[in-house]
Design a protein. Sequence first.
Length: 262
Amino acid sequence: MAVIRSIERMRGDLGGALPLAELARTALFSPFHFHRIFRTVTGETPARFLAALRMAQARRLLLHSRLTVGAISARVGYTSVGSFTTQFTRLVGVPPEQFRRQVRALVGWLIQPAVRPRPLGRGPGVVLHPVVRGGLAATAGTVLVSVVPAAAEPEASHWSAAAGLGPVRLPAGLPPGRYRAQMLLLKSRWTATAALVDQIPDSYLVGWAEFVVPNPPLRPDRVAMRLRPPQPTDPPVLSVEPVRLVAGLRRATPSDLLPVSA
């Protein structure tokens, strides 16, 4: 597939300039047609997807190496440490060295099997129903959820942790509008860093869905979240919030967890 060829080209040369015209040649398209097709397939422009791949690699280097921030910025294609730090902070949510400290607290920690979710209760609102091929019972782990307005930029995302693999009720009071939900299911017995930083495909499942909050909300709205292994065309999850949430779960007991934290 043409888009996958271009993504493989990006991954193989994260330190290079990789202008749009060169990526388009890799995909055998004109630059205009390539830009349109790439965004249709991935949901991102080629430039934003490349930036996300660079930040994902920077996160891995911060975890696994002793390289300085300056050396890491050069390895992922930045000539200015300041520009790299600004971009990393915008997309990840914290500066590089702070991310390094936070993620290293998770080294060696295994994702625990999910506890049974609490009853959802009654009333209007949005309920996310995770759906996994083979059934949820066959897939233990920890569920993380992000919900943002559909038009929001990725760096605006906010994450919550769910207790268990059952339906997840979103906090009441979402303003009317269209929203985009993302769900990660971190598989138990994998390390947290394998799923959240190395993003090894076998270590987690991912799903997206869009839904509308009407005005006024009249009844519970069931939204199916079909979870699947990540694909090469999926943008990497960059936000530090899943790292913080999983670090918090290490210190929490099952009674501390809610179906979704506000």
